[in-house]
Design a binder for this molecule. Structure first.
Ligand SMILES: [Fe+2]
Ligand SMILES: [Fe+2]
Length: 217
């Protein structure tokens, strides 16, 4: 087989590429040669988007509610994570749009689509634990998504890989906050188990909660 023949079999001709590109130009970046089912791909990415948006809110809630002797650094980290999850949500929404889909942001259905749950937690330790569980769910689901897009959609795969790397950092940071090695011991122990958040402490007997944010300022 000559070089010319094998190249022809592997690559489309210039005129074929040009003709295809002119068809359905309203589809933007989504061409006919896209090898996956775009609807299915957008559905999968919308689940990841819902997961990110739920994480934005949960971390935001934890940022405002964290209190206790160790809470300063942790609260700051909750805010950083919340902002980074929002960044991920924006990237996913943009990609869904590029693939001809609609980024789902209806609050009524976000929690049903999200892989992780919206769990508040009553203590700093519980918040850290819930966030760590959510990150571990996100890590597993991004790994599966990366497999799904694989070589068929390298743009989405690279996007997901970059998000996965940040989720792994998040999980690592949360684990560092949650567990520490006691001096002279091989067993990790919980750092924040006894910390209470304002949510419990601030509810007076009347059952009405104080304005936690205003009290902090
Ligand atoms: Fe994220
Ligand atoms: Fe994360």
């Amino acid at each position: 087989m000559s070089d010319k023949t094998s190249k022809k079999q592997f690559l489309s001709s210039v005129s074929e590429l040009r003709t295809r590109a002119r068809k359905k130009i309203e589809a933007g970046a989504l061409t006919e040669a896209y090898p996956l089912n775009p609807e299915e791909a957008c559905g999968i990415l919308n689940e990841a988007l819902a997961t990110e948006l739920v994480c934005v809110l949960r971390y935001r809630f934890h940022y405002f509610m964290a209190s206790g002797i160790h809470s300063g650094a942790v609260a700051k980290e909750f805010l950083v994570h919340s902002n980074e999850e929002q960044g991920h949500a924006d990237l996913l929404a943009e990609r869904i749009k590029q693939l001809g889909g609609k980024p789902e942001m209806n609050p009524d259905i976000l929690t049903q689509m999200s892989h992780s749950e919206y769990k508040e937690g009553d203590t700093l330790a519980e918040m850290l634990k819930e966030d760590l569980v959510a990150e571990r769910i996100a890590i597993d689901s991004y790994r599966e998504l990366i497999e799904y897009f694989g070589h068929k959609d390298p743009t989405t795969r690279r996007l997901l890989e970059s998000i996965l790397a940040v989720e792994e950092e998040h999980a690592d940071e949360l684990a560092d906050f949650l567990f520490a090695q006691e001096e002279g011991s091989d067993t990790p122990r919980k750092l924040y188990a006894k910390d209470e958040v304002v949510a419990k402490a601030a509810v007076p007997k009347s059952g009405k909660m104080k304005n936690v944010v205003a009290d902090k300022m």
